[in-house]
Design a binder for this molecule. Structure first.
Ligand code: SF4
Ligand SMILES: [Zn+2]
Length: 355
């Protein structure tokens, strides 16, 4: 059985559990403090639109750590539904919105894929934002949709700063396309960077910390190398995504068989320190979804340092101060022992104590 068939199989079983939701309301909407592409601070207004979902996940089973398709709609979502989702989000927060905000439009997939958001809907949403005024607009998309045509369709309407979050995950082709099953050739990533530069659009590089099938040590080296290269290629910021175990994914299967463990927080601290010290002017952020829980990145799960380090990641993201990353705890030696043991092993280790 091919990797794609295997992934499709486990995904299809889970998709049967998807519930139908009101197609006129987004998955989530919120306002939060944030850092903008120009490194200033302010507030962002995030809307997660409910679409049909990521086409790559339907066609090929998708990426080995991703369960976004579970949030997507099992029923058809029309252009009208999507416009209503956007309008209802704006209506709900109308008293708090202002022209100095960043507006983030996410879909748990690719905003620029017309399979998810038809061109006409995209233009409607951008026109409304242009009328409302915004300091920045952020969207997310797979690299192959960062094309001159798509950049023109955005730039023809929006006059503010634009940033596209692209799942680079790893710049090691084998790790990206075999271990993660991303299905994005390196050429497509290089094209996305050069098209974005040509149109003065920022690329926020999402980098996965600890894909499956590689050891903790290899994962640290890969994340550092990928981030340094993305900065060299001109990304507007780095957003590290420590892997967590979502239902219906391949990494959940491996985790249950004790063949995968989410990253240690010590590894993430090392990655952040390395990348920030080598690139002091780069914006380097770390997502903390799932961090400190059993299914998310964690140190020894019983240790009190887990929550402290999660706060440190959040603090570092908004201050960009490298000294915030200094913390010590006795459990650090378990991380060192784990990596030494794993290096002698022939397959990556899970979470169960063997040492
Ligand atoms: S990570 Fe992105 S490209 Fe991969 S399956 Fe999830 S939504 Fe699709
Ligand atoms: Zn500890």
């Amino acid at each position: 059985m091919s990797m794609a068939d295997y992934l499709k199989n486990i995904r299809e079983k889970h998709l049967k559990k998807r519930k139908e939701r009101n197609p006129d309301y987004p998955i989530a909407v919120w306002i939060q403090n944030d850092v903008f592409r120009d490194k200033t601070f302010g507030q962002s207004f995030t809307i997660i639109l409910r679409t049909k979902g990521c086409k790559w996940a339907y066609d090929s089973g998708g990426c080995t750590m991703c369960s976004y398709l579970m949030d997507a709609s099992p029923a058809e979502i029309t252009s009208e539904n999507l416009k209503n989702q956007f309008d209802s989000a704006v209506e709900k927060y109308k008293d708090q919105l202002n022209k100095n905000m960043s507006i983030k439009l996410f879909t748990s997939g690719s905003f620029l894929d017309t399979f998810e958001i038809p061109l006409e809907t995209r233009e409607y949403i951008f026109k409304r934002i242009e009328e409302m005024g915004a300091k920045e607009v952020a969207i997310e998309s797979r690299a192959e949709f960062v094309t001159p045509e798509n950049m023109e369709s955005i730039k023809n309407i929006l006059s503010c700063n634009i940033e596209i979050g692209v799942g680079i995950e790893s710049l090691n082709e084998k790790i990206r396309n075999v271990a993660i099953h991303k299905g994005v050739p390196t050429k497509a990533i290089e094209n996305a960077f050069s098209v974005a530069e040509e149109y003065d659009v920022g690329i926020k590089a999402y980098i996965l910390i600890k894909p499956p099938f590689i050891s903790e040590k290899e994962a640290i080296a890969d994340a550092i190398d990928t981030a340094n290269k993305c900065i060299e290629m001109g990304c507007s910021r780095i957003s590290f995504c420590p892997a967590s175990i979502h239902k219906g994914t391949l990494i959940e299967t491996l985790w249950k068989k004790n063949q995968y463990r989410p990253p240690f927080l010590w590894s993430i601290l090392e990655i952040l320190k390395e990348v920030k010290s080598k690139n002091p002017d780069a914006l380097v952020m770390c997502d903390t979804a799932g961090v400190s829980s059993k299914r998310g990145a964690h140190n020894n799960i019983d240790c009190t340092c887990n929550d402290k380090i999660k706060d440190i990641f959040n603090d570092f993201t908004v201050t960009q101060k490298i000294e915030k990353l200094d913390i010590e705890c006795d459990c650090k030696k378990e991380w060192i022992e784990y990596m030494e043991y794993e290096q002698k092993n022939i397959v990556p280790l899970g979470d169960e104590k063997l040492i």
